[in-house]
Design a protein around this ligand. Structure first.
Ligand code: BGC
Ligand code: CA
Length: 354
């Protein structure tokens, strides 16, 4: 008899726990009328990340129409401070967000966030700035949405190869060697390292001899890239035949520097970028950029939204085809002058939807 009472008490406790841990998103039986998703970005002025967020809001709107469930989204700017971002996650959890999406400031410092999430049973979707696998393995409800970094490097290299093969004047000094420089993203960012490596190795694998003149870290940033490019122009001037930029904003910064120096476009080196942001696509369209590689912000935003939605409503993750149960990585697409017409601003479709 006593044992029975004890059991009943235990069951009641479990039931109560289930009711009060709605944030876990794993145990709701009834579908909620609204959900709350928190997002924190490392820097709201980053061109790619801000466009990714625009897509995220757009997909949330579509999902609301489709399901009739209101999706409330709170967005915070960490302004490049991991400490600030940690407090933002704490606030989002206290505010009752069922899921938090984190664009880490420092991808080697996710511990505080993971510990808070686990303690409060709130799933986390990390995106665009990848933490190491061991960190992602630390708790069951941690995910990562991003892209296949190496692919972007290969495609950027291919764009440069095409220019070299189709435009003999790209070899300005006619020595048969492609003299290049690199504008790199933040030191330690997964995309920066991998993109540079694969872009260069792809050119070399095509049998083209290359010579590295120099590189500069410009932290994904257009203004910094302009400054660094101006320095490179002072040092190497006409010798530069190719600028490999880890993203479009830095490629555009290089173009800004060339323009500021009053160098005519026919004298410019070949310039290639990655992202296919609105400004990047425009530069391909008007011939200033030889090409870019589409970083599928719509595909990533859609995957994040879908994952956040399913986690918040206790739905199934089956259709999301998670790699190792945790990763979603979207493919890239190459955009030269021929492909750019398929990328009108108004379309805003993921690569898969095109
Ligand atoms: C994008 C960059 C962006 C960076 C931010 C990269 O994947 O290509 O444009 O600045 O992510 O983390
Ligand atoms: Ca040359």
């Amino acid at each position: 008899m006593r044992r029975k009472k004890y059991m009943a008490g235990a069951i009641l406790l479990i039931l109560l726990a289930e009711i009060f841990t709605g944030c876990g998103g794993t145990s709701q039986e009834t579908t909620p009328k609204s959900i709350k998703v928190g997002v924190t970005v490392y820097d709201q002025y980053d061109t790619f990340v801000s466009q990714l967020m625009e897509s995220f809001h757009r997909y949330a709107g579509k999902k609301e129409e489709e399901t009739g469930i209101a999706i409330n989204i709170e967005v915070y700017n960490a302004a490049d401070s991991q400490t600030t971002q940690n407090s933002q996650v704490e606030k989002m959890i206290n505010d009752g967000c069922q899921v938090v999406c984190v664009n880490l400031v420092d991808r080697t410092e996710p511990t505080t966030i993971i510990d808070m999430a686990e303690k409060n049973n709130v799933p986390v979707i990390f995106f665009n700035r990848e933490l190491v696998e061991e960190d992602l393995e630390r708790w069951e409800w941690l995910y990562y949405v991003g892209a296949k970094a190496f692919e972007s490097g290969i495609m950027e290299g291919e764009l440069a190869v095409k220019e070299w093969q189709e435009h003999p004047e790209a070899d300005k000094n006619g020595d048969g060697i492609f003299q290049y420089m690199v504008l790199e993203g933040e030191a330690g960012h997964q995309d920066a390292i991998v993109r540079t490596e694969y872009a260069v190795s792809t050119i070399v694998e095509q049998g083209i001899e290359v010579e590295k003149l120099g590189y500069a870290i410009a932290n994904w940033n257009r203004a910094q890239a302009q400054t660094k490019m101006a320095q490179m122009l002072t040092e190497y001037g006409e010798e530069i035949e190719l600028v490999i930029a880890n993203n479009d904003d830095m490629a555009l910064g290089a173009i800004d520097a060339l323009k500021a120096e009053g160098i005519g476009q026919e004298q410019w080196p070949v310039i290639v970028g990655i992202d296919g942001t609105d400004v990047g696509l425009e530069a391909v369209r008007n011939g200033e950029l030889a090409g870019t590689v589409y970083n599928d912000k719509e595909g990533q935003a859609k995957a994040m939204l879908e994952l956040a939605y399913q986690l918040s409503t206790g739905g199934s993750l089956k259709n999301l085809e998670l790699e190792k149960g945790k990763y979603i990585r979207l493919p890239y697409a190459k955009i030269g002058p021929d492909e750019v017409k398929n990328y009108e601003f108004s379309e805003e479709k993921s690569i898969e939807e095109r």
